[in-house]
Design a binder for this molecule. Structure first.
Ligand SMILES: [Ca+2]
Ligand SMILES: [Ca+2]
Ligand SMILES: [Ca+2]
Length: 80
């Protein structure tokens, strides 16, 4: 894994179904994204150190709840 690795996704869209603030600092640190427009989340991103940048990106390509790809950083897909 490298910081510049891109992650494969189901689609090219970015519909943020869920944006969470798990450490209650007022900044989002959890994103659940639908990339192919079917209404189901298939991309999950986490800011684990609270600096506002994504540290871990997971792509669930078959939407079975278990990510197939996990990369460091935002996977080339930074939050808007
Ligand atoms: Ca989807
Ligand atoms: Ca971070
Ligand atoms: Ca899966």
């Amino acid at each position: 894994m490298s910081e510049n690795e891109t992650v494969e996704t189901r689609g090219e869209d970015r519909v943020e179904l869920l944006v969470g603030d798990t450490n209650n600092d007022g900044q989002p640190d959890l994103w659940a994204v639908d990339t192919d427009g079917d209404g189901k989340a298939d991309l999950f991103q986490f800011d684990t150190n609270g600096d506002g940048k994504v540290d871990i990106t997971m792509s669930d390509l078959d939407q079975d709840g278990t990510p197939e790809e996990v990369v460091d950083g935002d996977g080339g897909l930074p939050p808007a």
